[in-house]
Design a protein around this ligand. Sequence first.
Ligand code: SAM
Length: 192
Amino acid sequence: MEQNTKKLLTKGLLQSEDLCQYILETSLYPREPEPLKELRHVTAGHPCARFATSPDAGQLMAMLLKLVNAKKTIEVGVFTGYSLLLTALTIPEDGKPENEGSFDFAFVDADKVNYWNYHERLMKLIKVGGLVVYDNTLRAGIVVMPDGLVPEFMKPGKQLTIELNKLLAADPRVQLSHASIGDGITICRRLY
Ligand SMILES: C[S@@+](CC[C@H](N)C(=O)[O-])C[C@H]1O[C@@H](n2cnc3c(N)ncnc32)[C@H](O)[C@@H]1O
């Protein structure tokens, strides 16, 4: 793999790798629960290790789960389960059978081509005031990169992400924050 592509695929949108490392070493690693640390280390040896949700985005997700007191959650796209384990470790143990409009929280990190379909479905499943978080919404920064510099295999993803970001930004059903953490996450709170 070309050096530039490799660089693109390493998680973290910050210009400075040192700053990224500083955040991880100062605020993330010392507080990361042991099972998550272990899973992160095992996943690092996987050929698709870059699929895993970045731990700093995970830490923000845990904060959001606590803030909305999430008990019923959905996750789309599991891989080795870093974000799923993080969710399981964060929410209380009294989950119940689910109905439409009853979920507190959803995390979407799966096939990008279906993100908008998931959004439409989740706008029914999530309760008003609940959160839906989408991962990879800045795609290593390629959303603003001239096509000539974007590796061929990432071009469809670039277009899909740009379209999704436009649709989410225009959706009056949600309050939105597009956060430049990890690979970019978009936090949507259902308004009605
Ligand atoms: C980026 S990874 C998820 C990483 C995960 N958040 C973590 O922290 O380990 C995407 C996952 O979505 C799965 N996936 C792809 N298409 C899917 C679909 N249509 N439905 C459910 N999962 C899907 C892939 O197999 C892969 O495991």
